[in-house]
Design a protein around this ligand. Structure first.
Ligand code: UCC
Ligand code: FAD
Length: 582
């Protein structure tokens, strides 16, 4: 710098202040609730050491690979230079590294090795939770891989999937396979029963050839897939609707000329987010496949996969919230405005504290579902546990999927303009969060799934819900610091009970209109009880109590408020339609 300023050339003067960026620290050590939850339920040294070490690796090494996956998205090479069809999905080296890492770290394997007995799913999902926001969305194929292993295990079929199962659950990178989940076709992703056009043509050796068009197939570089199709009878006829669907297994393999067997990749999707993941449209033109389910039991058989992927979705949603809160609080200790650090502005801290409460509640709801899954898989689940797992799976997926968008969006704002800048990596968190409420069942479709499981259990599912929430509250009786929260949840529970009894006397359309609000009420009330229960634990902190109190200040049971306003009466649908199309 030339103070006299008379040199003919000088560097552009850009000032001397540069803002320090937020720093990612070990996500395990940074997370008081995660560590508290594990100390309470799974205090095994080996588990805590593994998670702490993995957290360190995520912060120091893996997060940068995740960023590479985002900036080097997959691309499709459809033809070779001489015009031959090759359909190569080219992925980044970072994406491949994620696959090896996932195998080595046992991201799927832990769920099947079960080193922590009934708590193994909690262990596995805690690891996933630490991994997710740095994983470059490799968690998407992991979810489907775990889901496929679960389906194979629960169907108890050995041939031809024994080998596949061992590869899906291995820790050896060179043997590790990932799976796809091809359900969605052009006519329907929610309504697969009507929307599936793919036919399965029986072959003389008992196998099938699939012909159809799969409209969304994520992580299409997978080694195998589970998919739905309609088996043809000897006359070539198929059964319409859901009852005509069967579950098929197919290898995604290449012939000696390097061409995909029975598949053409039509194109890769151009997506808002999840750009790290190849999502393709596939023409199935004679894909060799094996039927795994009984004929017509396709949807019921793939339901186990949906349970797993929906739980992964929930854990990913909470992890996205946690990541943005973690970075925001670090930034608040580095950024100054109006003469003091952001962390010293009470209004800014209130904003972050609200995000923290949302994140804590969502964490406990998701982990409780993992707890139930672990109990079911190790044969120690009571009937009540089984009902709760069925109910909570759609509830936690739909609730956390929506909350992730809200918290991450607020989180971006806490970085000011920098939260909007692509090269900070922050906008990608928001883009990737938007999908969480769409894939694996939209909010409305899952709300209807809640109704379905309630109806099909003849009330047992709700009975389990009420019983368990009451048990959780009972543990807090006499804890005066929590009394307002306990009262709020208790009141909400009574209101919910009243609503359910009233709704049972109304026409089916009444509950359909209430489905989303009911699911939210179930989520918020249950989560309130979990926060209270955690705050009652002897190792809890004052912040655990504060979080429970704050959570329970919100409207826990919106379905009752809306019901009182007549929102579900039969005159509302035409009014809603008239308003929308006004
Ligand atoms: O989006 C996708 C992949 C994205 C990438 C992976 C990301 C993973 C997360 C990663 C995070 C980073 S794959 C596509 C996902 N598609 C869906 O989720 C479909 C959404 N639609 C539904 O869920 C619908 O409700 C359907 C398709 C299940 C409705 O089908 P049906 O056939 O009309 O339903 P039915 O007739 O009610 O059910 C048929 C049978 C019944 O069993 P039975 O006959 O024994 O009574 C049901 O009880 O299936 C059973 N069933 C279930 N069982 C249906 N749903 C369930 C369930 N959720 N759990 C247990
Ligand atoms: P639609 O069913 O057309 O839904 C449109 C709207 O209508 C939604 O808001 C929905 O909530 C609402 N709606 C539908 N039915 C009802 C009802 N009965 N009552 C009230 N509201 C209703 N699928 C796969 O099979 N495999 C994949 O790997 C895969 N990857 C994906 C990756 C990405 C990035 C995305 C975005 C999607 C992917 N999907 C995949 C598809 C995804 O599962 C579907 O898009 C999703 O299930 C919704 O189906 P749809 O697109 O047909 O929407």
């Amino acid at each position: 710098w030339d103070p006299s300023g008379d040199l003919p050339f000088s560097r552009a003067r850009v000032g001397t202040f540069f803002q320090e960026s937020p720093m990612l620290k070990n996500p395990f050590l940074e997370d008081a609730l995660l560590r508290g939850y594990l100390r309470r339920h799974l205090p095994e040294e080996a588990v805590l050491t593994d998670l702490c070490g993995f957290g360190e690796r995520v912060a120091k090494e893996v997060d940068a690979w995740g960023r590479q996956c985002e900036v080097n998205p997959p691309r499709l090479v459809q033809f070779d230079p001489w015009g031959r069809r090759v359909d190569h999905i080219v992925t980044s080296s970072a994406w491949k590294r994620m696959k090896d890492l996932s195998a080595q770290e046992g991201m799927v394997a832990i769920g099947y090795e079960r080193p922590a007995g009934e708590w193994s799913r909690v262990y596995q999902m805690s690891k996933l939770y630490i991994f997710c926001p740095s994983a470059g969305l490799f968690t998407c194929p992991l979810a489907m891989t775990d889901g496929a292993a679960k389906v194979i295990q629960s169907l108890g079929v050995s041939w031809p999937v024994e080998e596949a199962y061992s590869r899906l659950t291995t820790r050896q990178p060179e043997r590790f396979w990932t799976s796809g989940q091809w359900m969605t076709e052009r006519q329907g992703g929610s309504d697969v029963g009507t929307g599936t056009e793919t036919v399965a043509v029986p072959q003389s050796d008992g196998s099938y050839r699939l012909h159809g068009f799969k409209w969304f197939t994520s992580a299409t570089d997978a080694d195998m897939t589970l998919t739905l199709a309609r088996a043809q009878d000897p006359t070539g006829a198929t059964t319409p609707g859901s009852r005509g669907l069967s579950l098929f297994y197919a290898n995604v393999s290449r012939d000696e000329d390097g061409r995909l067997r029975g598949i053409e990749v039509q194109r890769l999707k151009d997506k808002l987010g999840t750009r790290q993941v190849p999502t393709a449209e596939l023409l199935l033109d004679g894909l060799p496949a094996h039927r795994l389910s009984e004929e017509g039991r396709g949807v019921a058989s793939i339901a186990n996969m949906l349970t797993i992927t929906r739980i992964y979705n929930s854990v990913s949603a909470v992890a996205a919230m946690r990541r943005v809160v973690q970075l925001a609080r670090d930034y608040a200790a580095r950024r100054t405005a109006f003469g003091k650090l952001l962390k010293d502005h009470p209004l800014h801290m209130q904003t972050l504290a609200r995000m923290e409460v949302e994140t804590r509640g969502a964490f406990l709801l998701a982990m409780d579902t993992c707890r139930l899954l672990g109990r079911e898989e190790t044969g120690v689940a009571s009937e009540l546990d089984a009902h709760l797992l069925r109910l909570l799976t759609p509830v936690v997926k739909l609730y956390t999927g929506k909350q992730a968008m809200a918290v991450v969006s607020e989180g971006l704002e806490s970085f000011g303009g920098q939260g909007y800048m692509e090269d900070t990596g922050l906008p990608g968190i928001l883009r990737d969060a938007q999908v969480l409420s769409i894939w694996e069942g939209t909010t409305n479709v899952l709300s209807l799934d809640v109704l379905r499981c309630v109806a099909r259990s003849s009330g047992m599912v709700l009975h389990a819900y009420f019983t368990h929430v009451k048990t959780l509250l009972a543990g807090a009786s006499g804890v005066s610091a929590l009394a307002p929260a306990v009262k709020a949840v208790d009141d909400a529970l009574s209101e919910l009970h009243g609503f359910v009894q009233l709704a049972a006397t109304r026409a089916p359309g009444y509950l359909e209109l209430a489905a989303r609000d009911l699911a939210y009420s179930l989520a918020r009330t249950y989560t309130g009880a979990l926060l209270i229960d955690h705050a009652c634990w002897k190792g809890s902190s004052p912040s655990d109590t504060y979080a429970a109190l704050r959570w329970c200040e919100q409207e826990l049971c919106p379905v009752v408020t809306k019901q009182a306003r007549g929102c579900y009466e039969s005159n509302t649908p035409p009014l809603d339609s008239a308003l929308v199309y006004d």
